[in-house]
Design a protein around this ligand. Sequence first.
Ligand code: HEM
Length: 156
Amino acid sequence: MPYTMIIALAIHIVSAVIWVGGMFFAYSVLRPSMGTLEQAPDRLRLWRAVFARFFRIVIIEIVLLLGSGYWMVFVEFGGFAGVGLHVHIMNLTGFLMMGLFAHLWFAEWSKFRRFVDDGDFPAAGARLNRIRMIVFTNLWLGWITVVVGATGRYWG
Ligand code: HEM
């Protein structure tokens, strides 16, 4: 295996771990712990600060996932004709995840941020609920993508 493949795969896996692991932490650890903050505005302000950092990191991970993924497909495997079924599935679920994230970023997050900054907390809470649903969906798509990507060489 050429060392460029190893580097691309390493970048790919670490990016996937940061994105999916970050969503897992937000959804399954931070969200149920938020009740320790009594005031809803405090919780919303904390989510705003958390997401401002995390979503920027996700954009970097998406660029790295796409760059390393297509590097492997086109440079290492000679195009989509040379890859297994698992890579086609990963490509599809990966794009679903990225499409959902684009919607989250452009439609939901920008409004949520503005509502929190303007002190309109009921409206921000409604947006947060939609962000939660998108993150929940992407978390499951992320699990599927990671399992398909990592096990696929044995069946794909
Ligand atoms: C969207 C375009 C994507 C493309 C073109 C792509 C492409 C690839 C390729 C070519 C491999 C190597 C497969 C092999 O060696 O048999 C791979 C592995 C992998 N990919 Fe992707 N991928 C994409 C998105 C994603 C996403 C979004 C995730 C997770 C969030 C992901 C997670 C993984 C994992 C966990 C592996 C397995 C690493 C290993 O154990 O070898 N990929 N991907």
